[in-house]
Design a binder for this molecule. Structure first.
Ligand code: TYM
Length: 334
């Protein structure tokens, strides 16, 4: 049986946090043996809002090391930097020309982000078309993401369908794959909002992948809960803080909801819960941080891994781009 093809991406902006890990990366790692995988550090997406060039360069390298450290295996997954495969930007132009503007103006993430900026770049509006290019160039069947990216993957489906309708069967229609647990990890300091990279520098908002154990412990100790003491899963917004802590514990331990609640049946209030969740998070992240430190000591080895990833990605993306160019009527270079 041929393996299903998977594509997913992550932005090298700010610090990767527990939400990115539990909502996406941990599953990429766990399922990599069952699938044919392409994972992309999407530096071009990051440019849609202003970036410090040197910081972006450093964060891009650091994130690739972190993804290998989290368990992506270069023999099972192709990990590469988006800008190393120029087909992504070229495909984006071709898809721009079949994507109605209204589809992009409706995207909730665009509306949220645009509302917070004084000046909005064209790239920010076009962001989901670049994301569609990422996915469609690889004929990916599955796109494992957190809940917040669902609308963008659905847009990629719409674009693929429209293109296939206009020019004949060209693209596989991708499916968003969103796990039941961990799809929306909430901020520790405000469980009404999702944990986000842009706020990850704010004290107590997030656990960042490279935080030291003492920092992680402090962040959980300070986590916002409520005035009750029953440790149970709940969809009551007033209990969102406790629910979030239980969800984090559930994804990391891989236990079922009942089993998780049983673990805390004798907890003395939320203090015990926070302490125990901090412990499992610290133990999950410790080996990742250690492997990251080793990888960052050998930049040449990291460059070799990235060069290999880009070459493997180009081998798929370039012929696909040629097919798309041919479909729309471009004269292919002889
Ligand atoms: P990004 O970099 O914001 O996030 C990377 C992944 O982490 C997930 N995620 C979360 N999951 C659970 N809880 C949270 N609080 C949380 N915050 C983030 C995201 O859903 C995502 O899966 N546009 C994408 C990157 C991208 C992409 C792609 C993804 C570009 N091209 C093609 C899939 C396929 C983004 O900005 O993700």
């Amino acid at each position: 049986m041929t393996k299903k093809r998977v594509f997913s991406g992550i932005q090298p902006s700010g610090n990767m946090h527990l939400g990115n890990y539990l909502g996406a990366v941990k599953r990429w790692v766990e399922r990599q043996a069952e699938k044919e995988n392409f994972f992309c550090v999407v530096d071009l997406h990051t440019l849609t809002v202003p970036q410090d060039p040197e910081a972006l360069r450093q964060e891009t390298r650091s994130l690739t090391a972190l993804l290998f450290a989290a368990g992506l295996d270069p023999d099972k997954s192709i990990l590469f930097i988006q800008s190393h495969v120029s087909a992504h930007a070229e495909c984006c132009w071709l898809l721009n020309c079949v994507t109605p503007l209204g589809w992009l103006e409706r995207m909730t993430q665009y509306k949220d982000k645009a509302g917070k900026q004084e000046s909005v770049s064209t790239g920010l509006l076009d962001y989901p078309v670049l994301m569609a290019s990422d996915i469609l160039l690889y004929d990916a069947h599955e796109v494992p993401v957190g809940e917040d990216q669902k609308q963008h993957v659905e847009l990629a489906r719409d674009i693929a369908q429209r293109f296939n309708h206009l020019f004949g069967e060209t693209f596989v229609i991708p499916e968003p794959v969103i796990s039941e647990a961990g799809a929306r990890v909430m901020a520790l300091n405000d469980p009404a909002v999702k944990m986000s990279k842009s706020e990850a520098h704010v004290r107590g908002h997030a656990v960042r992948m490279l935080d030291e154990p003492a920092e992680i412990e402090r962040a959980f100790k300070r986590a916002v809960t409520d005035s009750g003491k029953e440790v149970r899963f709940s969809d009551d917004p007033a209990k969102a803080g406790v629910n979030n802590l239980l969800e984090i514990y559930r994804v990391i331990t891989g236990k079922g909801k009942e089993e998780v609640e049983a673990d805390f049946a004798h907890a003395r209030g939320y203090g015990d819960l926070k302490k125990r969740v901090a412990e499992v998070v610290i133990e999950e992240l410790r080996p990742i941080r250690e492997r990251y430190n080793v990888l960052m000591q050998d930049p040449a080895a990291l460059d070799r891994l990235l060069a290999r990833g880009a070459e493997q990605a180009r081998a798929v993306a370039e012929p696909k781009l040629r097919e798309i160019q041919g479909r729309v009527g471009l004269v292919l270079p002889g």
